[in-house]
Design a protein around this ligand. Structure first.
Ligand SMILES: Nc1ncnc2c1ncn2[C@@H]1O[C@H](COP(=O)(O)OP(=O)(O)OP(=O)(O)O)[C@@H](O)[C@H]1O
Ligand SMILES: [Mg+2]
Length: 75
């Protein structure tokens, strides 16, 4: 689908849903690199309301988790 026809992901904070379905997504994946490089044991993400905190957490979860989809190809 061309970018023109994409939908705004209003109220959607589920990374996989936004990527699998045709929604606009502002790529914030460099956050993953920053977190890995920070070396911190704990990180506090302080941002205003509706800034994408929950969506970023969902993106991190999708990046780090080993899903059934990943393991299925080795079965
Ligand atoms: N990277 C992104 N690309 C596209 N849309 C985004 C992105 N991040 C956030 N949004 C939009 O902003 C909305 C709010 O995102 P999210 O729920 O992650 O914010 P939040 O910081 O957790 O908000 P709250 O403080 O209310 O819990 C999403 O539903 C989506 O519409
Ligand atoms: Mg939130």
């Amino acid at each position: 689908m061309s970018d023109r026809n994409k939908l705004l992901p209003l109220g959607i904070s589920d990374f996989k849903k936004i990527r699998k379905e045709q929604y606009y997504f502002v790529d914030k994946s460099l956050l993953i690199r920053d977190l890995l490089n920070s070396g911190a044991e704990v990180t506090l993400l302080v941002r205003p309301r509706r800034f994408g905190k929950t969506l970023n957490m969902s993106m991190l979860k999708a990046f780090f988790e080993i899903s059934d989809e990943d393991t299925a190809q080795y079965m």
